[in-house]
Design a protein around this ligand. Structure first.
Ligand SMILES: [Zn+2]
Length: 93
């Protein structure tokens, strides 16, 4: 199993944080393009967690207020696999 990393960019501030995983498989691009991790809510949760900024004890209501659903607030341009392959995710703006 090959690993990968990607930059999650907060488009309001331009701040990029690097997400890494040791599990890339056939469904991973779909997961970022059209699955759970296409949505800003999960991207923001992940982005916050990368800096230990996500309040892990928050309620569902607090989570929804902090990390609303949507598209365009957190961008992922591509996945970079550890074997050198690059997989485009979000369309260029
Ligand atoms: Zn969502």
């Amino acid at each position: 199993m090959v690993g990968y990393r990607c930059e999650i960019v907060n488009t309001a501030t331009g701040e990029a944080r690097t997400y890494e995983s040791d599990r890339f498989d056939e469904s991973t691009p779909f997961w970022w393009r059209d699955g759970n991790y296409a949505c800003d809510c999960n991207r923001k949760t992940t982005w916050l967690r990368l800096a230990d900024e996500y309040p892990e004890d928050c309620t569902d209501e607090e989570d929804e207020a902090l990390c609303p659903c949507g598209h365009g607030s957190f961008r992922v341009a591509e996945l970079v696999l550890m074997d050198g392959r690059r997989i485009p995710i979000d369309r260029p703006v």
